[in-house]
Structure formats: structure tokens, C-alpha cells
Design a binder for this molecule. Structure first.
Ligand SMILES: [Fe+2]
Ligand SMILES: [Fe+2]
Length: 155
């Protein structure tokens, strides 16, 4: 496999200040980069790779969304309903895209990877930052800079 540089690089600008969420976001970045590094312009090889990893990738995204949703509801975040809607429609869009890609329609591994990347980066920068602003107001900040929100199970 030909070596490529990463498509996305983690930086502190993406941090929402909650360790478990930041770790999961880093995991999503790793997933995007792994997919990107499997774009080899060989349709058969790309599809085989995709079929191998996609279920695990979808599960990872679902676990991440469930983690955020649990924290948002526990912390009584007002924007929860809108945020949950964005998560749900993304899952539906992924499922649609998987079906199209596996049916050989329109998508390539490269475009699938870009679709994931664009959604994830925009969502973190806009929507995840919204709950972060709220959490920052209700949380106490620990010496290491992380937030503590005991009511939401974040010590
Ligand atoms: Fe997120
Ligand atoms: Fe989110």
C-alpha cells in the first residue's frame, strides 16, 4: 500500500474539554485517516476493505453519539433535541451511502471518506462546540484543564 499523509489531524481546537469525548473524536479522526489510506484506486480492493471495516465504524459512531447524548441529557442541555436529530440523520445518511457504495452506485471509497470527514469536522466545530459552551458554564475545571460535571457522570 502506498503511504499517504493523514487527511485530518487532531488539534486542541477540536477539544471539547471532556476526556471521553475528545478520545472518541480522536478515534473518529483515526477512522477517517485509515479509510483515506486505503484509497488505492483499485475498486475491488477498496470495496473489500470497506466491507471489512464499515460495520465496526458504524458501531463506533453510534457508541460516540450515545455517549454524547447521555451526557447532554444528564446535564440538561437545552439543545439536546436538535443535536440528537443531527446524529440520527447522519446515521441514516451513512446507511444510505453504504447501500449505494456496496451496490456500486455513485460513491467511491474516496468520496465516502470525504463525506465522513466533512460531516465529522463540521459537526464537532459547530454542534459539539455548542454543548461545550454550555458545559463550560455549569462545570468546574480541574487542575489539568478538564471539565468536571458530576451530575452528568463526568468526575
Ligand atoms: Fe461528537
Ligand atoms: Fe455530536
Amino acid at each position: 500500500m502506498q503511504f499517504k499523509s493523514d487527511l485530518v489531524t487532531w488539534s486542541s481546537t477540536y477539544s471539547v474539554g471532556i476526556k471521553v469525548i475528545d478520545e472518541q473524536h480522536k478515534g473518529l479522526f483515526n477512522l477517517v485517516n485509515d479509510m483515506y489510506n486505503h484509497v488505492v484506486n483499485d475498486k475491488t480492493a477498496e470495496l473489500a476493505y470497506f466491507k471489512e471495516i464499515i460495520q465496526e465504524a458504524v458501531s463506533y459512531v453510534k457508541v460516540h453519539f450515545a455517549t454524547e447524548e447521555k451526557i447532554m441529557t444528564s446535564a440538561k442541555f437545552q439543545g439536546y433535541a436538535e443535536h440528537k436529530k443531527a446524529h440520527d440523520s447522519f446515521i441514516l445518511a451513512i446507511v444510505d451511502n453504504i447501500r449505494d457504495y456496496e451496490a456500486g452506485k455513485r460513491l467511491t471509497l474516496a468520496s465516502f471518506t470525504h463525506f465522513l470527514k466533512d460531516w465529522i469536522l463540521t459537526h464537532i466545530a459547530i454542534m459539539d462546540k455548542q454543548y461545550f459552551e454550555y458545559f463550560r458554564k455549569i462545570a468546574t475545571r480541574k487542575a489539568n484543564g478538564e471539565l468536571s460535571i458530576p451530575s452528568a457522570g463526568i468526575a
